[in-house]
Design a protein around this ligand. Structure first.
Ligand code: GLN
Length: 481
């Protein structure tokens, strides 16, 4: 069987002639076919990926060198990332059959470094959801238990890595959509800080929160990929102009002792699964035994983070999604409309799914003249307080840890009739998006119900390097248990 533990190992195998890119792509295409019931892909670029693999193999033969840092690395993209000449639909009927007319910056950078894009991953419609049940093209199944959700909204991208349908994948994380499915699927999911990766070519959900994130099985692979896709971009002015550190090199900080905070209220939260709470408390003891300082900090705002997140993101979504009007692009009502307003109504009513409509209406409501101050302004104030709080914590600590999600992967259908319950599953992840800090979910634990779950770590703004190094340490400690 074709297998590798890191991109580095794969590259060594390539240079020893033990494998080649065509073998790699053929393996993943087979895997995708065998696992088609998981519904992780909306489209597979079979011929194209094989052709590119053959081209890369030829390149290697001719030059006896890799074409780039991601030479032959087989990558899948969440269906919200534009890839020129390929469809992108945000898993929505309203964009069904829409073809990208340009590459997202991340796609350009992946291709420049030799990656092979194998297909487009299913996700929650417009990245709104926590279970992938909101896709217009069907649910994605968790490969560890097909009766359970993979998480969302980047469910297809997480399952693609979980089930070895590709080597790594890109998702987007507005409130946890990379970290939460990574937690549910037992893999790594990293969301860098706001402004670290260009969003040019990412279909927007809530622009002051959205970040592209990385799914992989090895932290070394996350570091290389981040190095490739992060950094200044003339097409996205929100990207930080601070030069990137050497992320793979940051993983060499062996032996460093960290000062780690955790929110006392998070670990004592009534909504947190008892077993997850116990396991993480035990793990904290282990971290202490290894010489790290791990201390509780008070955080009495926990119950405000989900409301603040859903007020602000729905407000931004209602604005971002107004462009899908049936005229510029996307689904258009065909017949029987009275006037332009009726045409818009019909197109948007038929094109958007229920969750997206709920959020557009909520967002329009919180922005409406009579309620703006009561909801939107108030939520912005909460956001500012949270930001100040993180600044304060990072004066004394290198990182904050927490559970990634309050429960392990739930059953398909279990929460879909209760949106509030579904929203509450985001309680630990939205904090990093509200404050813009980098965050990761590392797969460390297994629940007695058989499902994996992870630990979330967050570091100060612009400090992805520490986040990666700490993650390596967290994984190493767990492996020595
Ligand atoms: N579950 C969250 C939501 O539905 C997060 C989504 C995301 O990060 N894209 O908004």
């Amino acid at each position: 069987m074709f297998s590798f533990s890191t991109i580095k190992d794969y590259h060594i195998a390539l240079s020893n002639g033990h494998t080649n890119c065509v073998t790699a792509v053929s393996f993943y295409i087979k895997q995708i076919e065998v696992n088609s019931h998981l519904n992780a892909f909306l489209e597979v670029y079979k011929e194209e990926a094989l052709e590119r693999a053959a081209f890369l193999d030829l390149f290697y033969q001719k030059n006896n060198a890799l074409s780039g840092k991601l030479h032959g690395v087989v990558v899948a993209l969440k269906d919200v990332i534009c890839y020129k000449g390929h469809k992108v639909s945000a898993s929505s009927r309203i964009l069904e059959n829409y073809t990208s007319i340009y590459n997202a910056t991340v796609v350009d950078r992946l291709l420049q470094e030799g990656a092979i894009i194998i297909g487009r991953n299913n996700c929650d419609e417009f990245a709104m959801g926590s279970s992938n049940e909101n896709s217009a093209f069907g649910s994605v199944l968790n490969a560890a238990d097909n009766a359970r959700v993979p998480g969302g909204s980047s469910g297809g991208s997480a399952v693609s890595v979980q089930a070895d349908l590709c080597m790594l994948s890109l998702g987007s994380d507005t409130g946890g959509s990379v970290r939460q499915p990574a937690d549910f699927c037992g893999i790594i999911g990293m969301k860098p800080g706001y402004g670290k990766i260009s969003r040019y070519g990412l279909i927007a959900y809530a622009s002051s929160f959205d970040q592209i994130g990385i799914f992989a099985k090895a932290i070394e692979d996350v570091a290389v990929t981040l190095q490739v896709i992060a950094g200044e971009d003339e097409f996205d002015s929100t990207v930080s102009t601070i030069p990137l550190p050497d992320y793979p090199d940051a993983l060499n900080s062996n032996g460093k002792k960290y000062r780690i905070a955790y929110f006392r209220q998070a670990l004592d939260h009534p909504g947190l699964d008892g077993e997850i709470a116990t396991v993480i408390k035990e793990y904290i003891e282990l971290l202490r035994e290894q010489g790290h300082v791990v201390e509780p900090v008070e955080f009495d705002l926990l119950d405000y983070v989900v409301p603040a997140y859903y007020i602000l993101t729905t407000a931004e979504a209602s604005s971002n999604l107004s462009r899908f009007d049936g005229i510029k692009y996307g689904y258009a009502a065909k017949d029987d409309f009275d006037d332009l307003t009726d045409f818009y109504k019909q197109s948007r009513s038929a094109g958007f799914g229920a969750e997206v409509k709920r959020r557009i209406m909520l967002g329009t409501f919180v922005l409406s003249a009579g309620y703006y101050d009561a909801y939107f302004t108030k939520a912005q104030k909460v956001r500012r307080i949270l930001f100040d709080k993180t600044q304060e914590i990072f004066k004394s600590y290198n990182a904050i840890i927490s559970p990634t999600v309050p429960s392990p992967a739930f059953r398909i259908g279990e929460k879909s009739s209760d949106p509030i319950e579904m929203f509450l599953a985001d309680i630990f992840t939205v904090f990093a998006n509200l404050t813009g800090i980098p965050a990761i979910s590392v797969p460390l634990f297994k629940h007695s119900n058989g499902m994996p779950f992870g630990l979330q770590a967050m570091t100060a703004f612009e400090d992805e390097a520490t986040l990666l190094a700490l993650s390596k340490e967290l994984i190493a400690i767990n492996n020595h248990l």
